[in-house]
Design a protein around this ligand. Structure first.
Ligand SMILES: NC(=O)c1ccc[n+]([C@@H]2O[C@H](COP(=O)([O-])OP(=O)(O)OC[C@H]3O[C@@H](n4cnc5c(N)ncnc54)[C@H](O)[C@@H]3O)[C@@H](O)[C@H]2O)c1
Length: 333
């Protein structure tokens, strides 16, 4: 099978932290080049990985003839412009989520990819996170019976958020990027749609932002959303970017009419609580960029290109997660 040349645009938290190591070790893929406006970040990647070259201007990377696939891991407000440039250069695109800061830009992207006949795959890595993959298989096998409720809680420490995206970062600019809640809730919205293979048909929410002067001016957020899925499942989504490190958590619980509760915590732990006091636990953790499913997703993207296959993760999935995220952020009036 032909080797797919890959270029990664944006060498920040997720570009350098997940996609660069992932694509460097995928059989059948060659990480040809990276692009970043910051030469120090380029230098760090070049020192560690055997690239053909590195570009400060992504417009040059997308024209590189050795590259067939481009990963866009720039700040969200830049996704549409960079992905459009790659699509227009005839490249397949794996675009980080949210696909854009607004639906109009996302629609432009979707239309351009369709017209060019290239893959535009949203980076919805929760579909490959080891304990969510196992949870979905167990739900499909009927472990919880007919699902009735799903509760997802994602509490991230305000300090960790400020370390990743210091004050002044694109992340905190509500008007430009949509802000931290919009950015960070898209994966769990898609998780519910994917787990139950159905659509979210109703959204209610309450949201509060709290400027965090002690962290230099980042933005704390708290939100609770209730959603209804087309199969009747009631979803409860809780987000906070205001907690301390010790109270950080990421937890999915699914309840159904078998009286069992399926609990997926972080990226590795899975527990089934039944009627008797004994519970069954699995640890399905994986190391490095496999931990949250990035490597498995990147591998899938490469295989789809090699085999001329349309990915099961569609641009519309990315758009729908954005749409629901925007409804959550708006809050119920
Ligand atoms: N899938 C995931 O698990 C996951 C996790 C975190 C973030 N994300 C998403 O990934 C995207 C990037 O987030 P991040 O946390 O890596 O951001 P970041 O701020 O850490 O990194 C962005 C990088 O883009 C570079 N950059 C900025 N403007 C540029 C330009 N004009 N040209 C070239 N390079 C430029 C910056 O120098 C920086 O290295 C966001 O859309 C975010 O929502 C996804």
């Amino acid at each position: 099978m032909s080797t797919i040349g890959v270029g990664i645009v944006g060498c920040g938290f997720v570009g350098r932290g997940a996609h660069v190591p992932a694509f460097s070790s995928i059989e059948g893929a060659q990480l040809v080049a990276v692009a970043d406006a910051d030469p120090k970040r380029l230098g760090k990647v070049q020192k560690k990985y055997p690239l053909k070259t590195a570009y400060q201007d992504y417009a040059e990377l997308v024209k590189d003839p050795d590259i067939q696939a481009v990963v866009v891991s720039l700040p969200t407000p830049l996704h549409a412009k960079a992905s459009l440039a790659a699509i227009q250069a005839g490249k397949h695109v794996l675009c980080e989520m949210p696909l854009a800061a607004n639906l109009e830009d996302a629609d432009r992207l979707l239309a351009a990819a369709e017209k060019a006949g290239v893959i535009l795959m949203p980076s919805l890595n929760f579909r490959f996170t080891p304990n969510y993959v196992r949870a979905k298989a167990m739900i499909d096998q009927g472990v919880v019976g007919r699902p009735s409720s799903a509760i997802y809680r994602e509490f991230i420490s305000a300090r960790d958020l400020a370390d990743q995206w210091p004050a002044g970062s694109w992340m905190w600019k509500l008007a430009d990027s949509g802000g931290p809640l919009y950015t960070l809730c898209v994966w769990s919205i898609d998780l519910l749609r994917w787990l139950f293979q159905t659509e979210i048909v109703e959204v209610h929410s309450a949201v509060k932002y709290s400027p965090l002067e002690k962290l230099g001016g980042t933005l704390g957020y708290d939100a609770a959303a209730t959603v209804r899925l087309a199969n009747g499942v009631v979803g409860s989504l809780q987000y906070s970017g205001n907690v301390t490190r010790v109270s950080s958590t990421s937890r999915l619980e699914v309840v159904g009419d078998s009286n069992c509760l399926l609990d997926a915590t972080w990226n590795d732990k899975l527990t089934v609580f039944g009627d008797d006091p004994a519970k069954t636990e699995w640890n399905v953790g994986e190391p490095g960029p496999r931990m949250w499913g990035h490597q498995q997703m990147d591998e899938y993207f490469v295989r789809c290109i090699q085999q001329g296959q349309t990915p099961s993760i569609t641009p519309q999935d990315g758009r729908r997660a954005m749409e629901v995220a925007l409804q959550i952020v708006q809050g119920t009036k």
